[in-house]
Design a protein around this ligand. Structure first.
Ligand code: NAD
Length: 276
């Protein structure tokens, strides 16, 4: 007897509650999201994209001051509820507190994007760095993501639903040259594998995926020396930097009902960098 049911007529209709239009599956109407590092760069672009897709409630979590950029979102999207929470993702107690606060305010959190991160593109080689150098990167780029995942996981479990998207990097996949950044590579590889692990652990109630950006034009990559930038351009098949906006399709897909069967995966958006 075949293990597969090939009688298509007897299979349950996939998600009959979803709207007929394929585009409707990407809409975030009536959903609530929280985004770390949402005040700048990639996180800000994701915030804007989610609001454009109809998101009704957005919590921006960042340790940057609540500035012009966030206020601009509040003005441009008056129908959505947008709140800003100051939090350092390196601090477990702060992360727990803000996520509980958002949950209380929004009642349901459908989407969480753990995106806040720092770069470490010109650090000393590992045998020359201090333990603090190593821990500083780990504390933001890996432990900060872990604290978020742990606390949102409890909420997703209680709700019986939720989508967690975490920002990894092309550096999770390859050793980037010529810059020295072993700590960053290891932290991002950790995020990638945390994504797969949680997808399996939480399959019954949540989806967990990662996005791996390539070289993207933000403040984080701005300080990189010119020769390093040129080396990156020449190693990127697309021959240029990406913009934060060019990542948003991946983040929208993973957050939305278009991705109800997508979990434990990584979407690389790197201009082909890791394919070479
Ligand atoms: P960015 O510096 O423009 O923005 C990062 C945001 O995170 C800022 O708003 C900052 O205030 C916030 N942040 C940093 N540390 C924090 C902390 N401890 N607590 C709370 N908020 C904190 O950087 P970006 O380029 O937008 O980076 C976003 C993510 O994308 C990071 O995880 C980064 O590693 C990753 N990434 C970026 C690139 C790139 O080329 N820009 C490439 C691959 C991956």
């Amino acid at each position: 007897k075949s293990m597969c049911n090939t009688d298509i007529g007897s299979l349950p209709a996939p998600f009959p509650e979803l709207a007929d239009s394929i585009l409707d599956m990407f809409r975030l109407n009536n959903k609530a999201a929280a985004i770390t590092g949402g005040a700048r760069g990639i996180g800000y672009a994701i915030s804007e994209a989610y609001l454009q897709a109809g998101l009704s409630k957005l919590a921006i979590i960042d340790y940057a001051p609540n500035d012009v950029a966030v206020n601009n979102l509040i003005e441009r999207f008056p129908k959505s509820q947008i709140i800003y929470l100051n939090c350092d993702v390196r601090k477990a107690d702060q992360v727990k507190e803000v996520i509980e606060k958002i949950h209380k305010e929004f009642e349901v959190i459908d989407i969480f994007v753990a995106n806040a991160g720092i770069a470490w593109t010109s650090g000393p080689m590992i045998d020359q760095e201090t333990d603090d150098d190593w821990h500083n990167v780990m504390n933001v780029d890996l432990n900060g993501v872990y604290y978020c995942a742990k606390n949102i996981g409890k909420i997703f479990r209680a709700q019986g639903k939720g989508s967690l998207v975490m920002t990894a990097s092309m550096s999770a996949h390859i050793v980037n040259v010529p810059q020295l950044q072993a700590a960053y590579n290891v932290a991002k590889a950790g995020v990638l594998h945390l994504g797969k692990s949680l997808a399996v652990e939480w399959a019954a109630f949540a989806r967990v995926n990662t996005v791996s950006p390539g070289y993207i034009a933000t403040e984080l990559s701005d300080f990189v020396p010119e020769e390093m930038k040129n080396s990156w351009y020449s190693l990127t098949p697309k021959g240029r930097q990406g913009s934060p906006r060019e990542l948003c399709g991946a983040y929208l897909y993973l957050a939305s009902d278009a991705a109800t069967y997508t979990t434990g995966t990584d979407v690389r958006v790197d201009g082909g960098y890791c394919s070479v």
